[in-house]
Design a binder for this molecule. Structure first.
Ligand SMILES: C[S@@+](CC[C@H](N)C(=O)[O-])C[C@H]1O[C@@H](n2cnc3c(N)ncnc32)[C@H](O)[C@@H]1O
Length: 373
């Protein structure tokens, strides 16, 4: 696994290579649902089942996410993320030997184990909203010799008890960046967090936070209690069938969302930040995709059959997406890593291209009620 992570460019520093070589991932995920790539079927694996033991052990060291909790309705509640993704985030945290770290989203405890191996457990704090996960992670971590400070807490509020931290890493998707984090990470410190459809590395300065978007697409579960939950597909489809809408001819097909390359989906990243960070999607019986903005309740149904878009609600989502697409093409279709974010002391989130002084800047939508400390 480590050789693969190095070949893939996800892992390179001596210290993290040593940590990944040392921590036994399998000890933290005794049973899981493996999300396998491409045509392979997902696997449910359990160490306790003798006929699965070899495959379980082998899969624990593949670069695949291991889902450890589901919600019973097809959704995932916790997982040990794909090791390459974790390695990229840890490398991007630019950690120093003496740094203290807050991790949000303990999950299986694998990340907390890697951090403990790298820094010493006394420098590591990790929190999760789900008490049963914390209990299991604590027991399993102790059984392999790691005793970081674990607690049940809501990540949107950080964890003031052990602040300030030098580094904060959040392994569930969050938007906007919670204000508490800025107060709990010392100036000069760094935050690496998953956002909808991506990841940001942010440096904390005395009067603001500044950073960049990672070049890769990150697809993580959302932070509970903070990000709006997407309603079930049936509910979304019923709304799009019943609510009044207006119709017009498409300027561009739905596939513009994937423009910018299959892996990096640069344009999709901008849509997630500039148009709708709180997005849900569904597909109707005619195989037409429908996008919903959970904040405003607006939606857009894009039909490849009729070449029409139907839109409803206070915002015209597809108009905004097509306008942004033209703007992005006019800028030469920049890759997502050319975009950065500045969060001011009054919590305005501003996206920019290439530099903070760029003429190409966007004030991003944030819900004020969400970022209150
Ligand atoms: C992808 S998993 C984390 C994986 C973990 N870092 C590991 O190494 O296994 C995301 C986790 O975020 C947690 N989470 C979701 N919302 C949260 C919140 N508001 N506060 C703290 N944790 C939260 C979930 O319970 C879940 O365990």
């Amino acid at each position: 696994m480590v050789a693969h992570l190095k070949d893939a460019g996800a892992l390179w520093s001596e210290e993290w290579v040593r940590a990944f070589l040392t921590v036994p991932r399998h000890e933290l995920i005794p049973n899981f649902l493996a999300i396998l790539p491409g045509p392979e079927d997902n696997l449910i694996l359990d160490e306790a089942k003798p006929d699965q033991k070899d495959l379980w052990l082998e899969t624990a060291y593949r670069n695949v996410p291991a889902v450890t909790r589901t919600d019973g309705g097809g959704g995932y509640r916790s997982s040990s993320s794909a090791p390459a993704t974790m390695a990229k985030m840890l490398e991007w945290l630019r950690i120093g030997d003496q740094d203290s770290v807050l991790e949000i989203g303990t999950g299986s405890g694998y990340n907390a184990a890697l951090l403990s191996e790298r820094l010493g457990a006394e420098r590591v704090t990790s929190i999760d909203l789900q008490p049963d996960l914390i209990k299991e992670a604590r027991d399993r971590l102790a059984s392999i010799g790691y005793t970081p400070h674990l607690a049940v807490a809501d990540g949107a509020g950080g964890y003031p008890d052990r602040a300030p931290y030098d580094r904060l890493i959040c392994t569930c998707a969050v938007w906007p960046i919670p204000v508490a984090w800025r107060h709990q990470v010392r100036p000069g410190g760094r935050i690496v967090t998953v956002i909808p459809d991506g990841c940001m590395g942010l440096d904390v300065e005395p009067d603001r936070i500044v950073g960049n978007i990672h070049r890769d697409c990150f697809d993580f579960m959302r932070m509970q209690n903070y990000m709006l939950e997407a309603p079930a597909d049936q509910e979304l489809l019923a709304r799009s069938n019943n609510e009044a809408s207006t119709s017009r001819t498409l300027r561009y097909p739905f596939s513009i969302l994937n423009a910018g390359g299959t892996l990096q989906h640069s344009f999709q990243a901008l849509v997630s930040l500039i148009v709708t960070p709180a997005c849900a999607g569904a597909v109707n019986e005619q195989q037409e995709p429908i996008l919903f903005d959970l904040w405003s309740g607006s939606w857009a149904r894009v039909s490849w059959r009729t070449g029409q878009v139907d839109q409803s609600g206070g915002r015209r989502l597809w108009d905004e997406i097509e306008d942004l697409f033209e703007q992005w093409c006019g800028l030469g279709a920049p890759n997502r890593e050319r975009f950065g974010l500045t969060i001011s002391a009054d919590d305005r989130h501003t996206l920019w291209l290439d530099s903070q002084d760029s003429p190409h800047r966007w004030d991003l939508p944030v819900r004020r009620d969400q970022i209150v400390a």
